[in-house]
Design a protein around this ligand. Structure first.
Ligand code: FES
Ligand code: FES
Length: 216
């Protein structure tokens, strides 16, 4: 468009742009106007959404900032603090939970992505009076020191054993088609996303191996 056009000069363009920017600054929802798929924006300028999570067999409906991770929803909103926050960047595995039976890093996924999904945390696996076999094995084999990584290790091990049952190969599986055997190498590879700063690895391997029915 010609800047010198009598009907739309550069000056008019800048005035119009400035007015629009001012309006959006005062009311950020205008920036999203016309996109009916966007979530409502609160007075604080946050985009919020209502999400129903099915955690450990109980449904919880939460009004969340859409940027809330599943980890923060569990810990900060549902007060299920068994799931730990380590790195918050998908590198340590402390936040591992099961979603629809699959292990995931809950710090790397948004709560709003799990509407109605079945989420299982360490609290849902067992309790001191009725422990999950892996919880009992970790106690028996002293599979922890400080215990910070332990909920993630156990949830990850539950998901890992299910993967083995389903025949999912790992990076060290020699045969990608045959059902994998849970050797120590396989176990270590499959649990490599769960870091233990205390270095309780050998005892963790023993605990998981016992539950898997093999020999470490
Ligand atoms: Fe999620 Fe470290 S806290 S991977
Ligand atoms: Fe301390 Fe694993 S037991 S980090």
């Amino acid at each position: 468009m010609d800047d010198h056009s009598p009907t739309f000069s550069r000056r008019n363009f800048l005035i119009t742009s400035a007015a629009a920017a001012t309006a959006i600054g005062a009311r950020p929802e205008l920036a999203l106007a016309g996109d009916s798929s966007t979530a409502p924006i609160s007075e604080a300028g946050q985009s919020t959404a209502r999400v129903t999570l099915n955690v450990n067999g109980q449904k919880h409906t939460l009004e969340l900032d859409t940027r809330t991770t599943l980890l923060d929803a569990l810990r900060e909103h549902l007060h299920l603090t068994g799931t730990k926050k380590g790195c918050d960047h998908g590198q340590c595995g402390a936040c591992t939970v099961l979603v629809e039976g699959r292990r995931i890093n809950s710090c790397l996924t948004l709560a709003v992505m799990h509407q109605a999904d079945k989420v299982t945390t360490i609290e849902g696996l067992g309790n001191p009076g009725q422990m999950h076999p892996l919880q009992a094995a970790f106690v028996k084999h002293d599979g922890y020191q400080c215990g910070y990584c332990t909920p993630g290790q156990i949830c990850s091990a539950v998901g890992m054993l299910d993967e083995v049952q389903r025949g999912v190969p790992s990076h060290v599986s020699a045969d990608l088609v045959a059902r994998p055997l849970l050797s120590v190498d396989e176990l270590r590879e499959r649990m490599s996303g769960n870091i233990c700063r205390c270095g309780a690895y050998s005892n963790i391997v023993e605990a998981i191996t016992e539950v898997a029915g093999g020999a470490a």
